[in-house]
Design a protein around this ligand. Sequence first.
Ligand SMILES: [Zn+2]
Length: 321
Amino acid sequence: MTRWTHRWRRGMAALSGSLLMACAVQGAAPMAKSQAPGFFRMMLGAFEVTALFDGTIDLQPTQLLTNTTPAQVNRLLARAYEKEPLPTSVNAYVINTGTKLVMVDAGTGTLGGPTLGALAANLKAAGYQPEQVDEVYITHMHFDHVGGLTHAGQAVFPNAVVRADRRDAEFWLSQANADQAAGDMKAFIEHAMNSLKPYVAAGRFKPFDGDTELLPGVRAVAAHGHTAGHTVYAVESGGQKLMLWGDLMHVAAVQFAQPQVTIAFDGDAKRAAAQRKKAFADAAKQGYVIGASHLPFPGLGRLRAAGKGYEFLPLGHLPVK
Ligand SMILES: [Zn+2]
């Protein structure tokens, strides 16, 4: 080997070494391709509140929203930098009062497909076990609120009492209604019956009738309309208040601006719109925190009147002490 070829080879080796290193540096950190655990915590007076993420479902607001037009819906979606299909969160909430662990709604379980059903895993990620849940309060019996109660016919929360307004129980847990219904409605009723079944069988389903104090600091407030027994829950501790709204609304980009807009899932659209308007006005006036099942996770924040509608001010991440 001549001196020249030796130097040349050594130079090439050094060059390719540095090229390899450059490549290695560029590829050193593979993308994680995973999201943060789906829970969010806040204190409400002496209560600890945890929002749980069940997943997202794609909605087509132009097809689902009523008392509006597709052009209006598209305009409001675009204003919020959104478009169809609209990934829509499914949220549930856990309240630790210090003496009881209460869950409000239970997610979809296995009824909503692969983008949903993460509630139980996120409950555990948040530091709780399903066995620790004492009570589950249901806003209404659509599958995305009750599906997670049951897995393969077994109660997911084996020690919990489940509570909901008797009007929802009478409609959604009625075999006669299931027999008469067809299509989606039949499926919805059967999903509700199967989801509640182990609790009903064990005598651990206890319906209530309209406005009811369920625990010190936790109250059911009738907001009938979306379903016959749709209920919101008022949580109060240390002078602070949280209202858990369930399905009082579905599409933030549209319904905060135009609370009169309704959705095909509303059993009684007129009453649902009236309940929403009343709830929005009260929240903006009082300034308390609200949590809603289908606002972007964690779905917690406050309302401020803006023109003929409202602005939503989401809560940020704060220390919990
Ligand atoms: Zn829902």
